[in-house]
Design a protein around this ligand. Structure first.
Ligand code: ATP
Length: 135
């Protein structure tokens, strides 16, 4: 099976590196499946799971937005934060989710912090979902 090199990188350093058969990421314009030989491109990512298929298994990485860059031999995902499923502290994500929900209840829609709380909620829910893939 043909493979492509994938790196997930954050400001704190690399989070995931491997040769995989397929990468599936959620871009701003929808789900993107990348196989070896994909045309070069750059696309902004949503908060979501990146799925990495290899040898009949799937690795999951939670990413908080960023960009995916596809080159002929390499896929690079640059994310503000990223965690592999088994690295996620589920209790912390649950606490973050509760805090964000609390803020959303307290605040009016036009408040600038509403968007911030909404993004925090998305990050927390994404981490909870991805960490469950590992259980
Ligand atoms: P929190 O409120 O719990 O800090 P957050 O969404 O504000 O959550 P981020 O700003 O996205 O956190 O991330 C800060 C750093 O903490 C990053 O390095 C990220 O990978 C890490 N991180 C955040 N939440 C978790 C978690 N539940 N498990 C493991 N690492 C986490």
């Amino acid at each position: 099976m043909k493979t492509i090199k994938v790196s997930v990188v954050t400001p704190d350093g690399p989070v995931y590196e491997s040769d995989v058969e397929m990468v599936i990421a959620r871009t701003q314009s929808g789900e993107l499946g990348i196989l070896p030989g994909h045309i070069p491109m750059v696309a902004p990512l949503q908060i979501g799971a990146v799925r990495l298929n290899k040898e009949g298994k799937t690795d999951f990485v939670a990413v908080s937005g960023g960009f995916v860059e596809v080159r002929s031999e390499q896929v690079t995902i640059l994310a503000q934060s990223a965690e592999e499923a088994d690295e996620i502290d589920i209790e912390r994500a649950i606490r973050a989710k509760e805090r964000a929900e609390q803020r959303l209840h307290e605040q009016k829609r036009e408040n600038i912090d509403f968007k911030r709380a909404e993004l925090a909620l998305q990050r927390a829910v994404n981490r909870i979902t991805v960490s469950e893939k590992h259980l």
